[in-house]
Each structure stands twice: as structure tokens, then as C-alpha cells.
Design a protein around this ligand. Structure first.
Ligand SMILES: Nc1nc2c(c(=O)[nH]1)N[C@H]1C(S)=C(S)[C@@H](COP(=O)(O)OP(=O)(O)OC[C@H]3O[C@@H](n4cnc5c(=O)[nH]c(N)nc54)[C@H](O)[C@@H]3O)O[C@H]1N2
Ligand SMILES: Nc1nc2c(c(=O)[nH]1)N[C@H]1C(S)=C(S)[C@@H](COP(=O)(O)OP(=O)(O)OC[C@H]3O[C@@H](n4cnc5c(=O)[nH]c(N)nc54)[C@H](O)[C@@H]3O)O[C@H]1N2
Ligand code: SF4
Ligand SMILES: [Mo]
Length: 884
């Protein structure tokens, strides 16, 4: 064994501990860390596939200026001089950093320090603006600080868990699995899912409220009124520990006077709303989990406070098994907030509008200046770039050309910007295409530092791989640029040096006034830091803190929590005849964001190999859409072309498109160009969940697919989506014009030359069907199937042939029909990513072996027995087969 470390998963905010190792043959293994309190050994499909994503193909390994490889010295000087020139000519607010919740705390701390304390602008914002900022605003308004009250154990100790706007089964899978186990162990645990869609998380729900998109504030206002009517006000807590309950109640009564009014507004059956309210009212231990269905809204902050109001009013906070609980998205969304990585915050949970705080931070940093007003929030920042007000931007660990709303506008802005610096681990992303300077970053497994998960737990990410090429840590790049700009205060030799400074600031003149305090960690030696065990902040008397507000004291001036009067607002833009459907966007089970890492693992590409729009059958038929065909989704801002999936899980009037596809993986599969750039006025978070759209059939002249061992340059294709499989690339394709000569076109793409080509083909001119197979020796090299419609053969049997070095006679004979020889099975689309078990395999086992439960399926096929993420789908299959 070369190296073996305990580290944390680089994906979601659950922050699972990972045992990672590399052996003497350079084989990398990852497994869940059984000691880590976030996951106790579990991993989801993405975490379990980490080792498969660490190959160096596509990595950015050397610095570049204008596409040319340069030395680090040249690259860093170019960035420093570029920023310096703009600042000298146009002032500090003419430059900006756009950072990410995927930076480590140490990286983030230095970026914030450089911008706010040395450049003297607060123009540092991050993709957390798109993710958690409404929660931050909600927390600050209610608690006087950005404090997450709960811990994971509260999920297990609760009697009712409300998942609102959270598809935890896919997005926080290990916490979802903890809920599954808790429910198994504790029959009384009730789970309510509030989501317009019927998601995989509904699998364990006792109740699913499929409310009208954007109507959550009304639902929770109604709950507040109900709690009051039923005498559920916690008199002692409300009078001693809170303020504003009367105003909050008055506002709630004005709009949500009765269950009937709420049900009507939210589009829910009266009985369901009443039952939910009853359940909440009669259960003391309630945890309300919320995520992007709440945050990503033009009234996201108000929705957060509508939820928190109910907990404060009933005193369901600060005790085990209860509280409002924002599940954070990114691995270090919380760390970013701790270092003040948002344009309207200061370091260590201090306030940029507070002059005492500004002085304090400036004193600690011994810095020449201090930003004295909030900087530009993400959407405004890119508008300012477009307007020419911001002339230099450094984008770190995020892919804004894909992930911001109105993404075509982001493209246009970066195109115009004088200096675009991008630090990334990958060479080619939609954003790196706009970079003047590209800086190669160390990735997961190569870098050291800390991250904080959703329950305030700080864990160490530890390196176990050598630095590839010339890649460097993000914090190092920032410190080198700072030094080259002439600033002192950036002489750090290691991530530990940065961490202890950050920890020290949290305790500087604090004395219990600020929630975030890890000053005790500021004395860590390098060894201590290397051995740091996961710990929840604040760290007091050598111990972490599981739960906050247990003493009923809050961080407001009065020490009391605030209930806020909330007047529900509908999504900013209503649907209309032109754009009659509501576009909801979010995540799929096995991909992470813009897929720069997860798409490298073949098994993660199989569950959803293509971008799609999920739509209710009646909306589909009204718009002439057919399952498996292509559709054009358009909004006032842009358009996409994606596959149609008709789904019972989608409510009428709304459609769902996943967020993951960039131009690297599909011709026009991105959802970003469609999304309304309207933001919450307080938090600045965009409304990613409700944009009015029109969905129409996209009718190409032909459809097809192509499997190939090599990545191919496609020609004459108007639609494509690419996914890497095990030993092959899969391209789903379509074209608006048929080539004059199918064979010439196909060979032009699939064969390097016309010599030595072992080519089998089939053409039916009348039926407009074409099939071509290329063999290299005994091996299948590539194959192409074209049809005038979507009636194409299944891909899975053919895909499996790429694992074989030599095809047998039977297989060869069947190539053109793409049907497995008798006795062999086409496994179908992969459902269980951990054990690569396909749909057809599962269906035939259910039928042949009369399997009746997901446990039965697990025993027969192993499917669903590792991470558990496919269990909801397995149950769905069992249900649909039993109803036949
Ligand atoms: N597999 C996977 N997991 C991830 C990520 C990933 O890329 N892939 N990303 C991570 C990140 S950064 C984040 S922020 C989290 C996000 O985690 P989640 O917030 O759970 O994920 P989303 O899919 O964005 O949206 C959650 C749900 O909100 C619902 N929703 C839409 N509109 C409304 C509404 O009006 N009201 C309510 N109540 N619900 C609504 C959607 O239908 C969706 O099911 O996931 C993290 N985990
Ligand atoms: N329509 C719609 N859009 C959304 C959302 C939605 O629900 N709907 N959700 C929003 C949310 S919550 C989020 S969090 C964002 C996420 O959106 P992004 O942050 O844009 O997505 P990522 O793909 O995670 O981008 C991370 C980038 O950092 C690179 N990277 C990985 N590791 C490192 C490293 O160690 N150092 C450096 N320098 N780079 C690294 C990756 O290769 C990748 O290019 O998307 C937002 N956009
Ligand atoms: S739940 Fe999955 S993606 Fe999230 S931290 Fe754990 S293993 Fe990683
Ligand atoms: Mo996020």
C-alpha cells in the first residue's frame, strides 16, 4: 500500500467520510469510513464511484495564457498585473472573484481576504448564491446569525420529518438512507414530502403534498395560523426567547385564514393539508428539512422564514429531534459562509455593514483597506461584466456558463470581459472556453484542507495522490497572486497555516457574541491538523457542539429569535399562452452538477445517459409530444433540445429538466439558457424552479445512435448527446437533413481511412433505415443505427460487446439486428449503478422468481443492496408489475 487516508467525499453537503487508498500498482480504492459520524461507512453511488473519476484524461495540467502553455510565474504575473491595471485605472470595484462552495475553507478564506481586505472591494461572490443564500438570509433574519440549529442525529430522533423542496433520496442519499433506517427501527416516524413532483424521496413518505409550484409560503403560513388556533403556541418559549410573533401571525392570518384557503391556493386537497397540519401540531419532535425547492425562488428568504416561524412559534427548536434544517448542497457550502465568501458577508460570520466588525477584521488582518459596502451578487456581477463595469474576473471551481440563469447572457458577458481567469481541474469546460488565463488546480485526493458539512461538522480532506502535472492548490494560487500584487499577509507555507489564521479570527474579540467560534483550533500544529477528527463548530472547551440554541439565546441584538411577517408571493413570471408550462430544474441521481467529474465514471452515466424533459401525459399529448422523441423547450430567454419522458410523477402544468448537461455533453441540452434570471430581492438567489416555458415537438428528419471505442467528431448531426460507457462512447444523434449517401457519411465519421476497414452495413431506402458496423479484427470497433423515427434497437446488448476482445460467431451474426442471440439477455437500462443491474434483468427476475419485495430483488440480483439509491425505483417496478 502506497498511501491510505481518511478523507471526505467531494460531492454533496452530507460530507461523508471516505477511506481512500492507493496500492503499489496504483490501484485506487474508496470505501465509506465507518467511524465518520456523517455516514458511518455508507456511501451513495457517486461517492462509491470516486475512484473511477480520478483518471487524468481531460485534466488541465499546465497554466495557459491565450491557449498557450506558460510557466506558473508568467501566468501568476499576468493575473496580478491584469488585476492591478484594472484597479489602478477603474478602482477596486472593477474587478471580481466568482468562487465556489467546492473550494476548501483554506482556499476560500484567502480569496475573501485578498478581495475584501487588500484589493478593498467586496466583489467576491460564489455559486453558493445560487444554492444557499436564501437560507443564509432566513437564518440571519430569524437568529441574528447564519446558524444551522440541527444535527443529523435529530433526523433519527424526530417523530416527524418534513422534506420540503428536497429530493434527499437523490441529492443527500446517505441522509436519506439514515431516514430509511430510522423509519425501519422506529415505526412511529412519519415522513411528509412537500414537492410538486413525486420524487424518489416519496418512497418512504407517509404523505406527499404535491403543491402548486412556488406556493410553500402559503402552506407554512397556514400552518402557523393552525398552530395558533390549536393552542400549540409555546407560551414560555415565545415570550422569553422570541419577538415578532404577533406581526407574523397577523400577516399569516391575512392570507391563510383557513385550511380551505390554503388548500385552494396550493392546489391541494383540503383533507391532505388538514392532515399535515394535524400531524405537525400533535408531534413535538419535528424536523423540517428544506433545500432548493425553497431556496431557489424569487421569494426564497421569505419561504425559509415561513418555515422557521412555525418552529419558533411552537418552540420546536434547540432540543433533540426538532428544528428547521437546511440541507446544504455543496461539500463546503458551509465553509464558504464561515469565511464570508459571499459579497454581503465578512469573514468569520461577521457583518460587512457593521463598522465594528469591519475594524475588527481589518485589525486582525493588518490590512491596508477594508471593503465597506456589499459587493455584487452573482447575477448582478455577471450583468456588471456585461455592462463593462467589471473588467477582470477570476472564476474558481465553478462553471457559471452552465449553472447561472439566462446562461446565454453569461456567455455574452464573458466574451466581452477584458480579463477572464479560470482555475479548474479540467481543461475543457463551457467556462474555460472563455478564459484568457487558465490555472490548473489540484483536485480531490490531491489536495489538503477542510470542509464543513450541513451539520456544521468540519472534516479534513486529505491528499493521497501525487500532484499531477503542474497543478497547484487553489489557496496557493491566490496567495501567489496577492504577493505579486504587492500585498503582505499571504506568506503561507501550507493549508494548515491558512487554517489556523482563519480559526484565530473566529475567536478574535468574540467572547460569545458570534456563533462561529473555532478559536481553539488556532493552535493546531501541523500534526494536529493532519490528525484532526471531524468536529462540529462552535468548538468550546475542547468539544464540538451538536445542537445550537439549546439555551434559548440567539445572536440578535436582543438575544431573542425573530418571527417574520410573511406575505406569500407567486413566482415572478406567471405562465401565459406563449409559455404555458412551469419549468422546474434540479438533479439526477448519479450526476454531479456540470458532470466534469461524474461523467468519467461509466456506471454513473447509465441511469440517465441523456438530457430530458419530464412531462405529464396530458400535457405531452396536448403538445404533440411522444415518449422517447425529442422536444424543444423554449422560454423568453433561450431554448434547449432534450428527450421526452412522459411521467406520472410530474404534476400537470409543470415540467422538469435536469441541470447537468453542458455543451461538452450535449448539443443543446443545457437548462441554464432557459432560466429566468430574476432573483430574491434580499438573498439574490435566482428562481431556478419556476420559469414559464413552451414545450414543442422537435422533429428531425432522422434519429439514431452510435457506439464507438474512440471519441468521434460528429458531422451532419443537429442533435447529439454523449456519454462514456465501459469501453465505448455512446452518442444519441438526430439530424434535420438526411445525408445523400448514408454509407459515405457513416464511414467518414467512423473510419480513419478507407483501407483495412471491415465494414458491414444494411440500408433500406424505402424505410429510411441504415445500419453500419465496423469491426477491427475480432473486436467491435463501432456501430451506427439510423431510423426515420425513434424505433431503434436497444443499446445495452451492443454496449456489452465492447467489453469483449473477440466476438463469437453468434454475436457477429446478430450485430445488424442488435438483438442478443437466443439464450442471452439484453440487460436494458441500468437501474442499480453499484452492481450494474439492468431494467430487463430485474423485470425478468421479478416475473420468473416471483419476487415481491425489494429485499427479494436484493437477494436475487444484489440490486439495491449497496447505496440503496435505486430502491425507490425497484419498488416502483414491483408496483407497476403487480398492477398488470
Ligand atoms: N445527485 C446529486 N446530488 C446532489 C447534487 C448533484 O448535482 N447531484 N448537488 C448538490 C447541491 S449543490 C445541492 S444545492 C443539492 C440540492 O438538493 P435538492 O434541493 O434536494 O435538489 P433539487 O433537485 O435541486 O431540488 C429539490 C426539489 O425541489 C422541488 N421543487 C421544485 N419547485 C418546488 C416548489 O415550489 N416547492 C417545493 N416544496 N419543492 C419544489 C423539485 O421538484 C426537486 O425535487 O443537491 C446536492 N446533491
Ligand atoms: N437551472 C438550474 N441551475 C442551477 C441549479 C438548479 O437547481 N437549477 N442549482 C444551482 C446550484 S445549487 C449550484 S451549487 C450550482 C453548481 O454549479 P457549478 O458550480 O457551476 O457546477 P460544477 O460542475 O460543480 O462546477 C465546479 C467546477 O469546478 C471544477 N473543480 C472541481 N474540483 C476543483 C478544485 O479542486 N479546484 C478548482 N479550481 N476547480 C475544481 C470542476 O471541474 C467544475 O468545472 O448550479 C446552480 N445552477
Ligand atoms: S451522500 Fe454521496 S455524494 Fe453526498 S457526501 Fe455522501 S457519498 Fe458523497
Ligand atoms: Mo448547490
Amino acid at each position: 500500500m502506497k498511501k491510505c487516508v481518511k478523507t471526505v467525499c467531494p460531492y454533496c453537503g452530507v460530507g461523508c467520510g471516505v477511506d481512500a487508498s492507493i496500492d503499489s500498482d496504483d490501484v485506487i480504492t474508496v470505501a465509506g469510513d465507518v467511524e465518520h459520524p456523517a455516514n458511518y461507512g455508507r456511501l451513495c453511488s457517486k461517492g462509491a464511484a470516486l475512484a473511477e473519476t480520478l483518471g487524468l484524461d481531460g485534466r488541465l495540467l499546465k497554466p495557459e495564457i491565450a491557449g498557450q502553455t506558460v510557466s506558473w510565474d508568467d501566468a501568476l504575473s499576468r493575473v496580478a498585473n491584469g488585476f492591478r491595471d484594472v484597479i489602478d485605472k477603474h478602482g477596486p470595484d472593477a474587478v471580481a472573484f466568482y468562487a465556489s462552495g467546492q473550494l476548501l475553507t483554506e482556499d476560500y478564506y484567502l480569496a475573501n481576504k485578498l478581495m475584501k481586505g487588500f484589493i478593498g472591494s467586496a466583489n467576491i461572490d460564489t455559486n453558493s448564491r445560487l444554492c444557499m443564500s436564501s437560507s443564509v438570509s432566513g437564518h440571519q433574519r430569524a437568529f441574528g446569525s447564519d446558524t444551522v440549529p440541527c444535527c443529523y442525529e435529530d433526523l433519527e430522533r424526530a417523530k416527524l420529518v418534513v422534506l420540503t423542496g428536497s429530493n434527499a433520496a437523490w441529492c443527500h442519499p446517505v441522509l436519506y438512507q439514515r431516514l430509511v433506517s430510522a423509519k425501519e427501527e422506529n415505526g412511529d416516524l412519519q415522513i411528509v414530502v412537500v414537492d410538486p413532483r413525486k420524487t424518489a424521496s416519496c418512497d418512504i413518505a407517509d404523505m406527499h403534498l404535491s403543491l402548486k409550484p412556488g406556493s410553500d409560503a402559503m402552506l407554512f403560513n397556514g400552518l402557523l395560523v393552525y398552530l395558533d388556533q390549536k393552542g400549540e403556541r409555546n407560551e414560555q418559549f415565545v415570550s422569553r426567547c422570541t419577538e415578532g410573533h404577533q406581526e407574523a401571525l397577523t400577516a399569516a392570518k391575512e392570507c391563510a385564514a383557513s385550511v380551505e384557503v390554503v388548500a385552494d391556493y396550493c392546489g391541494l386537497p383540503v383533507a391532505d393539508v388538514a392532515e399535515f397540519y394535524r400531524l405537525f401540531a400533535r408531534t413535538e419532535r419535528v424536523v423540517s428539512v428544506y433545500s432548493q425547492g425553497i431556496n431557489q425562488s424569487s421569494s426564497g428568504a421569505d419561504k425559509v422564514n415561513a418555515i422557521i416561524n412555525c418552529h419558533l412559534f411552537s418552540g420546536r427548536i434547540g432540543r433533540p429531534g426538532m428544528g428547521p434544517f437546511s440541507f446544504t448542497g455543496q461539500p463546503n457550502a458551509m465553509g464558504g459562509r464561515e469565511v464570508g465568501g459571499l459579497a454581503n458577508m465578512l469573514a468569520a460570520h461577521m457583518d460587512i455593514d457593521n463598522s465594528d466588525h469591519r475594524n475588527l477584521v481589518q485589525t486582525y488582518w493588518n490590512s491596508p483597506v477594508m471593503a465597506d459596502h456589499p459587493g455584487l451578487k452573482a447575477v448582478d456581477l455577471f450583468n456588471a461584466i456585461d455592462a463593462g463595469d467589471v473588467k477582470a474576473v477570476w472564476i474558481m471551481a465553478t462553471n457559471p456558463v452552465v449553472s447561472l440563469p439566462d446562461a446565454n447572457h453569461v456567455r455574452a458577458a464573458l466574451e466581452k470581459c477584458d480579463l477572464v481567469v479560470v482555475s479548474d481541474i479540467m481543461a475543457k469546460t463551457d467556462t474555460t472556453e472563455f478564459a484568457d488565463v487558465l490555472l490548473p488546480a489540484l483536485g480531490w485526493g490531491e489536495k489538503d484542507g477542510t470542509v464543513t458539512n450541513s451539520e456544521r461538522r468540519i472534516s479534513r480532506q486529505r491528499a493521497f495522490l501525487p500532484a499531477p502535472g503542474e497543478a497547484k492548490a487553489d489557496w496557493w494560487m491566490v496567495s501567489e497572486v496577492a504577493k505579486r500584487m504587492g500585498f503582505s499577509g499571504f506568506e503561507f507555507a501550507s493549508a494548515r497555516d491558512v487554517f489556523v489564521e482563519h480559526a484565530g479570527l473566529s475567536g478574535f474579540e468574540n467572547s460569545g457574541q458570534r456563533d462561529f467560534d473555532i478559536a481553539e483550533l488556532s493552535i493546531l500544529s501541523q500534526d494536529d491538523y493532519d490528525c484532526l477528527a471531524p468536529v462540529q463548530w462552535p468548538v468550546i472547551d475542547g468539544k464540538g457542539t451538536a445542537r445550537m440554541f439549546m439555551d434559548g439565546k440567539f445572536f440578535t441584538a436582543s438575544g431573542k429569535a425573530r418571527l417574520l411577517p410573511i406575505t406569500p408571493r407567486a413566482p415572478k413570471n406567471a405562465t401565459s399562452d406563449d409559455y404555458p408550462l412551469t419549468l422546474n430544474s434540479g438533479r439526477v441521481r448519479d450526476q454531479w452538477h456540470t458532470m466534469t467529474r461524474t461523467a468519467k465514471a461509466a456506471r454513473l452515466n447509465e441511469h440517465s445517459p441523456e438530457p430530458y424533459v419530464e412531462i405529464h401525459s396530458l400535457d405531452a399529448s396536448e403538445n404533440c409530444l411522444v415518449e422517447g422523441a425529442l422536444a424543444k423547450v423554449s422560454s423568453r430567454w433561450g431554448k434547449s433540445i432534450v428527450r421526452v419522458r412522459i411521467s406520472k410523477e410530474q404534476q400537470r402544468g409543470s415540467v422538469f429538466v435536469p441541470i447537468h448537461w453542458s455543451r461538452q455533453f450535449a448539443s443543446q441540452g443545457g437548462v441554464g439558457p432557459l432560466v429566468n434570471p430574476v432573483v430574491d430581492p434580499l438573498s439574490g438567489q435566482p428562481e431556478f424552479k419556476q420559469t414559464p416555458v413552451l414545450v414543442t415537438a422537435y422533429e428531425p428528419a432522422w434519429y439514431g445512435f452510435l457506439l464507438s471505442r474512440r471519441a468521434l467528431q460528429l458531422k451532419g448531426v443537429t442533435y447529439w448527446a454523449r456519454a462514456e460507457g465501459d469501453g465505448f462512447y455512446r452518442y444519441e444523434i438526430a439530424g434535420e437533413q438526411a445525408p445523400e449517401d448514408w454509407a459515405a457519411w457513416a464511414r467518414g465519421m467512423l473510419c480513419e481511412s478507407n483501407n483495412d476497414v471491415n465494414w458491414v452495413e444494411y440500408l433500406d431506402v424505402a424505410e429510411r433505415r441504415y445500419r453500419g458496423i465496423r469491426m477491427l479484427g475480432e473486436r467491435l470497433e463501432s456501430c451506427l443505427f439510423i431510423a426515420p423515427d425513434t424505433q431503434l434497437p436497444a443499446r445495452s446488448w451492443l454496449a456489452g460487446l465492447f467489453k469483449q476482445e473477440a466476438l463469437n460467431k453468434q454475436a457477429r451474426a446478430n450485430l445488424l439486428t442488435a438483438a442478443p442471440p437466443q439464450g442471452e439477455e439484453d440487460t436494458g437500462r441500468i437501474v442499480c449503478a453499484c452492481f450494474s443491474v439492468g431494467l430487463n434483468t430485474i423485470v425478468s427476475a421479478i416475473k420468473a422468481q416471483r419476487l415481491v419485495s425489494t429485499d427479494d430483488i436484493g437477494k436475487a440480483l444484489k440490486a439495491g443492496t449497496n447505496c440503496g439509491s435505486c430502491v425507490p425505483e425497484l419498488r416502483g417496478l414491483l408496483d407497476s408489475l403487480s398492477s398488470l
